[in-house]
Design a protein around this ligand. Structure first.
Ligand code: HEM
Length: 428
């Protein structure tokens, strides 16, 4: 435990730090509140210098003694505490957070799992960046080099590709589980809104990352994907913005690369900070009526109990990730040739299959525009759910929204399966 030899007041700080902090703040620095602080600080310092204990206190304009002086921490912990004592109340606050235990508690782990896979993406993405070259001439060759020449390059690449898929899968599970538990209800509306933005950004990562190996499949899938907005009013402009020109070209690669490694990570980190801050401030919700029906079996501390259990989930997720990366590698394919014709069976990544199928089903005159409008309106309604589901916000059950959620889930699953069935038959 570090001793504060400079400040006699600190030594006498009470063991229970919280109530002492505000009280101690005022008398310790009488000059701090006044504008002429340096002048006012002098007599205070002189007073301490001539104190009977004879302890020297430097004339530092410090508003507060460290109120956490006597808490039980290591010497290193005390060193940091003394310097960062202003944030200590936040840590104390986090330690108070509790997570309810009930038969649906299992679903609370998926947000953390999504975050875990995102962290893996950041680390492996940075490693891949050491060798990847984002140009039309070199992109594919650099992928082949990473895969075959760089020590463990194959593993890093496979982990990055698999972790992206697992992250999006976890986010879908997280979204639907919070939907069915109505966790979005008052006061957690912004958790839902920020979460949905995170999902859109994550899908953006998938879309922009797909083109980076510059292989045939990715090239033609990007051509199909970036074509979609064309039928909407002002869509041609949107297509040009996405492609950096009228066609998918080297410009598109530069554009996708910069979105993938700069803009999207920056935005995601910003929104994720807000999402996680809300999780901490508002705490974890329990399903409607569980408290009243006595279905809550108790509460466990977020720190360290729930976090430790989160850690077990992460270890299982990591084991699965390594297993998939080693045994089911993603192929590199053949280098994209913009002049060749599109191979059969071009399709986007699985998380876009539902929309893809909808576009295919609406192949009549003007049908694509109808499909885009349907999807956009659907997404707007989905993000507004916390504000539309008034019943849930009054802590009353809202079966209509449960049915809406089931219909959305069924639509996504059925359409995804249809693409899977059709395209696996094509490959055979
Ligand atoms: C990068 C994406 C995301 C990350 C890392 C993330 C992370 C988390 C974490 C760690 C929690 C607390 C534990 C839990 O309940 O699982 C949480 C809660 C929550 N998240 Fe997310 N989340 C993400 C995306 C989403 C999405 C897509 C939605 C929905 C559209 C969403 C909505 C919510 C809600 C409503 C809660 C509150 C749960 C409650 O209090 O019971 N999140 N999120």
């Amino acid at each position: 435990m570090a001793e504060n030899t400079q400040n006699p007041a600190a030594g006498s700080a009470p063991a229970k730090p919280k109530p002492a902090a505000p009280a101690a703040a005022k008398p310790a620095a009488p000059g701090a509140a006044k504008p002429a602080a340096p002048v006012a600080a002098k007599p205070a310092a002189a007073k301490v210098e001539s104190s009977p204990a004879g302890v020297f206190k430097p004339p530092v304009d410090r508003p507060d003694a460290n109120p956490y002086q006597s808490s039980r921490v290591s010497a290193l912990g005390a060193w940091f505490q003394e310097r960062f004592y202003v944030v200590m109340p936040i840590i104390e606050y986090l330690k108070k957070k509790e997570v309810p235990k009930h038969r649906l508690s299992f679903w609370y782990y998926f947000g953390g799992l999504g975050m875990f896979f995102f962290m893996i993406q950041v680390v492996t993405g940075l490693l891949l960046l050491q060798y990847y070259k984002p140009t039309e001439a070199e992109a594919f060759a650099s992928f082949v080099f990473i895969q075959s020449e760089v020590p463990f390059g194959w593993l890093i690449r496979q982990v990055h590709a698999w972790s992206a898929n697992l992250m999006i899968m976890m986010l879908f599970i997280h979204m639907f589980s919070t939907f069915f538990m109505k966790s979005y209800r008052k006061p957690r509306e912004l958790m839902w809104v920020s979460g949905f933005i995170l999902l859109v950004l994550s899908l953006g990562f998938g879309f922009t990352g797909y083109l980076l190996p510059w292989n045939e499949l990715a090239f033609f899938a990007t051509q199909v994907g970036t074509e979609v907005p064309k039928v909407a009013p002002g869509g041609a402009f949107m297509v040009e913005i996405l492609r950096g020109g009228p066609e998918v070209s080297a410009e598109t690669l530069t554009r996708m690369f910069s979105l993938h490694v700069v803009l999207l990570p920056g935005l995601l980190l910003l929104v994720l900070s807000a999402h996680l801050m809300l999780v901490q401030i508002l705490g974890t919700s329990s399903p409607i009526g569980y408290k009243e029906a006595g279905l809550i079996k108790g509460y466990e501390k977020f720190f360290p109990t729930f976090l430790a259990k989160d850690g077990i989930g992460w270890l299982i997720g990591f084991a699965l990730l390594i297993y998939l990366s080693a045994l089911y590698p993603w192929e590199i394919g053949v280098k994209a040739d913009p002049l060749s014709s599109a191979p059969i069976g071009i399709k986007p990544e699985w998380y876009f299959w539902a929309q893809f199928q909808l576009l295919k089903d609406f192949k009549f005159e003007g049908g694509e525009l109808v499909a885009i409008i349907l999807f956009t309106v659907g997404a707007i309604v989905w993000i507004m759910v916390p504000f539309l589901d008034r019943q849930a916000s009054k802590e009353q059950r809202s079966p209509i929204f449960t049915i809406i959620g089931l219909l959305v889930l069924a639509f996504l699953l059925v359409n995804t399966y249809r693409v899977y069935a059709e395209y696996s038959a094509l490959v055979k």
